[in-house]
Design a protein. Structure first.
Length: 450
């Protein structure tokens, strides 16, 4: 969530024909996995279509595991990881990578924090040295902590507090929908909690969650598995494993009664609604059908919600859906399928909900015709494969899947899961999860001007 954008992530976009399965149209990515003695899992996807590499280091810690009364701490710590170490002071990390023609960034999610780089293959060793260096320790000092506390607060002002609608469709909706603190607190961060973070908190967080045994390193691009494993051993092999605290039980069942509130927004020009439903847990047989159903209902201009709420009845100005800060296969704990829509001032949240319910009811009753189902699947598969053509996105996806599923080869299983979804599956998951009882609604209206 750093305020920098990756502007040159298109290196290595050519499809490697050698990666295509010989007997089908399915693109099978090469995936090689090895665990070092210190517990670091290394995933390599070889692709010589361009002399570039993508690198992702994913730590299995995110907003769900941050300390109580330190909301936003995992996000704050992500920023601190770019503030230097005793061996590479502040600024060295960025200069070393961008000076070599690369880009880097990081982000925090409920179940993981990821750090990503893309660069010419000649920069691979410096990147790995830098990542290993900050895995060992950071430059913990009061000035850096204060500076990054202020940076994160400013980010919250820009993205939430001073922005129309803020993050109500991914922050507020989760706080209302979930019961357990791990799932319902503001992981982006409260100013009070961010200011309360101490150097001791920072040191303990790095010690507990940033060891090699709580991380996955993925490398995609112009490198062989043998070369990549040897480099991982060279730079990371000497870092000792560290005990990882046992996490709490943050599982939750479906909601049994609708939750609904109304909010005012001083910056909004038109009213909006956010609707969230709890989705199947990771690994459930319903996960892939839920992913397809979300695309059918709210996946762009051809979706049922868009065609019927925006184009059809014209009660909404726009409709979009998703899984919060993650994708449908990149969550490890309770998550929502959320729909966000701006509606016309002469309409209402009730009208929006009734229109959505009508489309859901049609799916439950009649299922989906073969042509529509094929179109939805084709779009999903195209998006999945197009994303993986980018070597940085490929490395990051592999690292996330290895972290969350314990199996990077899920990358090659997802297309089959999508293809296997039937109309009956969509009827079942719509009837099970997209119910009024499992629904959370926020109606956000422009504040009345005095």
């Amino acid at each position: 969530m750093r305020l920098r954008y990756l502007s040159a992530l298109l290196a290595g976009l050519s499809l490697s024909l050698t990666s295509l399965a010989a007997t089908s149209d399915q693109w099978t990515l090469p995936v090689n996995v090895k665990k070092l003695d210190n517990g670091l899992t290394v995933v390599v996807s070889e692709d010589h279509s361009s002399p570039t590499v993508g690198v992702s280091v994913v730590y299995h810690v995110g907003m769900r595991l941050e300390p109580r009364n330190r909301t936003g701490f995992a996000h704050l710590f992500e920023h601190l990881m770019f503030q230097g170490t005793p061996n590479a002071p502040k600024g060295v990390f960025d200069r070393a990578i961008t000076g070599g023609g690369g880009n880097n960034n990081g982000s925090t999610r409920p179940d993981f924090t990821n750090y990503i780089e893309t660069a010419p293959v000649s920069s691979l060793e410096p990147i790995l040295w830098l990542e290993a260096d900050r895995m060992k320790t950071l430059d913990f000092n009061p000035a850096t902590l204060k500076n990054q506390q202020d940076v994160v607060k400013e980010e919250i002002r820009v993205n939430v507090k001073n922005k129309p609608y803020g993050g109500f469709f991914w922050l507020d909706i989760s706080q209302l929908a979930f019961q357990k603190w791990e799932n319902n607190h503001d992981g982006y961060g409260s100013f009070e909690d961010l200011e309360g973070a101490s150097l001791d908190d920072v040191r303990a967080f790095h010690r507990d969650y940033y060891g090699p045994n709580n991380a996955v390193l993925a490398i995609a691009g112009d490198v062989t598995p043998t070369q990549a494993f040897a480099l991982a051993q060279k730079y990371f092999g000497g870092i000792a494993a560290r005990p990882v605290p046992k996490g709490s039980d943050f599982t939750e069942g479906l909601n049994t009664q609708e939750k609904r509130i109304e909010q005012s927004d001083a910056l909004a020009q038109v009213p909006a609604v956010a609707v969230g439903w709890k989705v199947p847990p990771q690994g459930s047989a319903d996960q892939a059908p839920m992913a397809v159903l979300s695309e059918l209902l709210a996946g762009g201009d051809a979706s049922l919600f868009y065609l019927n709420l925006v184009k059809g009845r014209e009660i909404a100005l726009n409709v979009q859906g998703g899984f919060g800060l993650t994708g449908p296969f990149e969550y490890g704990g309770p998550t929502l399928f959320t729909v966000f829509g701006l509606y016309k001032p002469n309409s209402s949240a009730d009208a929006m909900l009734a229109a959505m319910d009508a489309q859901i009811a049609k799916v439950v009753k009649d299922g989906v015709d073969a042509a529509t189902l094929k179109r939805v699947k084709t779009r999903m598969l195209a998006d999945w494969n197009n994303d993986l053509e980018n070597i940085l996105s490929r490395a990051d996806t592999l690292a996330k899947l290895q972290t969350l599923w314990g199996d990077a080869n899920v990358v090659n299983k997802v297309p089959g899961w999508i293809e296997g979804v039937t109309s009956a599956d969509l009827q079942r998951v719509a009837a099970t999860y997209l119910t009024k009882a499992n629904r959370t609604v926020i109606d956000r209206k422009p504040a009345v001007k005095k």
